[in-house]
Design a binder for this molecule. Structure first.
Ligand SMILES: Nc1ncnc2c1ncn2[C@@H]1O[C@H](COP(=O)(O)OP(=O)(O)O)[C@@H](O)[C@H]1O
Ligand SMILES: [Mg+2]
Length: 338
């Protein structure tokens, strides 16, 4: 048996389907690109920029646009220096600072304390126009950086899935941030379809992926381009494994059920222990009234939070798309979604 015998090939190059791939064309985000550029353009004139806060659900191009704007700034200004931090991966001030400095090519001993690292960064900010992207900004353990970075003239691009991520930030910090909000709504099915169509040219053998197949993937992805691209990648692998030369709508549906879990895992990472407990109760019960859920939560958790925090937690679960809310106030019902 020839284990390497020639089999059907659908994926010509899987790089364009990967999450970190930066596409040549950004589609359907002209408005956001314009707003972000307007905030940061002063940097190219050697002036102070405005801070930006990008928010919206998963897979709507927030990280992509942050990467785009940093690249543009560096191309248009000899003074600009940029750094990107994913705050889920670097959630302490110290970890974020070491990451920022290393991306600015400033080498420091990571054993140095936060204050020392900050002084080094301040010196760098005095020499250049520094812009820092804090992706998943609500994952930071403290809001220290949101206060200290702007004070040393560093421009901030903050990103979150949660429009209210900065709501609880101290008023003093909020006013010094003065961030301009840029909304990233979920894409329409047609928009996701366009993104898939563009990526298809680079990723797949032309005849292997038809229009219906792409439309199915776009519809299932429900406005999330990451899910759409990952679904297409997995669907193509399923077809290749079956030694077929074309992807079918059936492949897409099968691939989607495994991709859907990806969305859930991503969302679950963003929950605090109380929210996780609430989510798990609803996952089991499928649907509960707000009072019943609060009672169940109180008997489940050792140190339950106040009713007011409970409401905040539930709103967060709804915004992440894990849970749906129906009705108002005491008649409110919560339903498990994914
Ligand atoms: N407007 C777009 N044009 C082309 N590709 C896009 C667009 N929006 C998102 N994508 C792609 O979809 C995936 C998810 O986008 P991403 O920026 O990571 O979303 P978010 O950060 O909002 O969760 C990435 O692979 C990205 O390249
Ligand atoms: Mg992102």
């Amino acid at each position: 048996m020839d284990y390497f015998e020639k089999r059907a090939v659908i994926i010509r190059d899987d790089t364009p389907l990967r999450e970190w791939f930066v596409p040549e064309h950004i589609m359907h985000r002209e408005g956001q690109q314009q707003e972000i550029a307007r905030c940061l353009k002063p940097i190219t004139l050697n002036r102070a920029s405005r801070n930006v806060f990008m928010y919206g659900p998963c897979g709507t191009g927030k990280t992509l646009l942050a990467q785009w704007v940093m690249k543009e700034l560096e191309a248009h200004s000899a003074q600009a220096r940029t750094a990107y931090v994913n705050c889920w991966k670097r959630n302490t001030t110290h970890a974020a600072l070491t990451e920022i400095l290393s991306q600015l090519d400033v080498y420091v001993n990571y054993k140095q304390g936060t204050n020392d690292l900050f002084k080094v960064l301040e010196k760098e900010a005095a020499k250049h126009k520094v812009v820092v992207t804090l992706d998943e900004v609500d994952a930071l353990e403290t809001t220290e950086l949101l206060y200290s970075l702007p004070r040393s003239g560093i421009g901030l691009v903050m990103i979150s899935n949660d429009a209210y991520a900065l709501l609880d930030v101290d008023a003093r910090i909020k006013s010094s941030l003065a961030a301009e909000g840029v909304e990233f709504p979920a894409y329409t099915t047609e928009e996701v379809y366009d993104v898939l169509g563009d990526r298809k040219k680079y990723a797949f053998v032309p005849s292997s992926v038809g229009e219906t197949v792409l439309k199915t993937a776009a519809r299932l992805a429900d406005g999330d381009c990451r899910i759409a691209l990952e679904t297409m990648r997995r669907a193509a692998l399923l077809a290749e494994d079956a030694d077929r030369e074309t992807v079918t709508a059936e492949d897409v549906k099968n691939a989607f059920s495994s991709t859907k879990n990806l969305r859930k895992t991503e969302a679950l990472k963003r929950l605090n222990p109380h929210e996780k407990a609430l989510y798990l109760i609803l996952e089991k019960q499928k649907e509960l009234g707000t009072k019943e859920l609060f009672t169940a939560y109180n008997s489940e958790v050792k140190e339950p939070a106040s009713e007011r925090s409970y409401r905040n937690y539930m709103n967060h679960l709804v915004r992440l798309g894990l849970v749906k809310a129906k009705g108002e106030l005491t008649g409110r019902k919560y339903e498990h979604v994914i």
